[in-house]
Ligand binder design. Sequence first.
Ligand code: LLP
Length: 420
Amino acid sequence: MGDFIYREGRLHCEEVPLERIAEEVGTPFYCYSHAGLVRRWRAFSEAFASVDHLICYAMKANSNLAILKLFINMGGGVDIVSGGELHRALLAGADPSRIVFAGVGKSRGEIAEALRAGILMFNVESLQEIEVVNNVAGELGRTAPVALRVNPDVDPATHPYIATGLRESKFGIAFAEALEAFRRAKEMDHLEVVGIHSHIGSQITQESPFVDALERLVVLVEKLRAEGLAIRYLNLGGGLGITYKDESPPEPRQLAEALLPAMEDLGVTFIFEPGRTIVGNAGALVSRVLYTKAQPEKAFLVVDAAMNDLARPSLYDAYQAIWPVAEPDADAPRVPVDVVGPVCESGDFLAKDRPLPPLGPGDLVAVMSAGAYGFTMASNYNSRPRAAEILVVGSDYHVIRQRERYEDLVRGETVPDFLR
Ligand code: LLP
């Protein structure tokens, strides 16, 4: 997490002390390192430089307009999963011919919006959806470019909620049914089948599931070609994991070494949809301690960020490292505490039984590895305004999303006349 380091006893993001941002912007806030984002993007892109490829950043991980624009400026495309994400991507200036649209439940309206925008392709997930896309394209007098999302049925060995490539998952078309689905799609009047899409899961920390999936997909590409179906794009999805605690996932370069031998002579453009590996460790959620509390069985640190700001610990029991912003003495005693937020739920925690040095009201803590699936999964539960987002660039920082205000909480709500 080299973008967040202690200098002179204070945690900095690049050159900026987090304390300074906390004083000027308030807490909680998400803080992202520009250098960290750029470095990780480059590492991914350079790893696959020897093959024709397009990186479509999975914006569900972090969809702030400034972050999108940063990757767009670096030549990236975008992987979207909703009309709302399409809106954001276009607003950030994404080239529609670099947008791919996945998701099991695209509505007719969303399909029409994406067709009108002229996206690169739909990653279609079922036979019914193939028909709907064909239908909507026909109504609009267009041809829809599609890839079929195939489920290669490999075990990504990750948390069950984020494994998506297994036979029993709701995503994609079963491998055994894929050929037939491609044949059906080929017959449709308003579709052009251009590729195969796959995404086997998220937070994957080994190369082997990717290698296994690619092997199966290469066989499929060849079978389809033998039937006269020219596959031009092979989308290997996202899913590369990061270090939250003690995981040691492959670097993009190592993943590439494992995959490139099977990629090099296939004669397709590869698409990748990385999210977490690009943004996860480039971001932290900074929060202030409100109270400490010792119950007979347990010690608590009550902080001003909560499950509505960062849902991963409550939702997946996920581990997020917690670093005090003031560097603790190496020999300070570490005592296990639950780090909890103000939300009225027992499930509202950011860490459980976490050994931390003594901290008290007013101290700042950084919840690390929060750049991916942090702000994008935030809610207004308990009518809590969502946190500010900050982008640090060297010794400067920019507020890339202001903290929500109370008026934002009630926007769009009305009390009907009969209640007045
Ligand atoms: N492409 C598709 C089709 C996806 O469904 C996903 C993530 C990605 C790409 C990006 O995957 P990544 O590179 O970030 O692993 N909220 C969960 C993660 C859900 C991932 C959903 N799909 C979490 O906080 O761990």
